[in-house]
Write a protein that binds this ligand. Sequence first.
Ligand code: GDP
Ligand code: MG
Length: 165
Amino acid sequence: MKPIVAVVGRPNVGKSTLVNRIAQTSDAIVHESRGVTRDRSYHDADWNGREFTLVDTGGIEPLKSEDVFSASIRDQALAAAEEADVILFVVDGHTGVTEEDETVARLLKRVHKPTFLLVNKLDNPAREQERLWDFYSLGVGDPMPISAHHGHGTGDLLDKVVALL
Ligand code: GDP
Ligand code: MG
């Protein structure tokens, strides 16, 4: 079994964009099943020869209400976190902290697994550094700036991730 790196966070923060950047192929959905796991997809990835399985969460089932929304991200984050060796918690640097981010953060703090807090959409990291500070309030460690679109920060991130695998 390869180590598992799970990507969690509320919808629209850029989880799938990040997975597609890191994984070798963008169509590598190799497993889907019932329940909360229907919302997870598994992708082969490696960095400097270290192989791992990258798990994307969310986005398949349309969400009906705010309650369903919260329950769904909670279930997905929990299921992904439970099977993960390392967790990538993605938030949106342009919107700042939301209630859904806080919901995910609370859950991850209970799981006690190595977690990286990734502040995505910082396409101009030098100019957008101040957007990071808000995210310290989530209490899950130092926020790291990334741009899943452009790839800024993802090499440094992967160095740190594989060091833990
Ligand atoms: P998910 O719901 O968390 O999987 O988010 P997606 O990967 O589907 O991305 C949601 C939206 O954010 C899409 O319109 C992406 O193009 C956009 N997005 C993702 N990453 C970045 C980024 O690094 N910079 C910017 N500007 N937009 C991004
Ligand atoms: Mg997605």
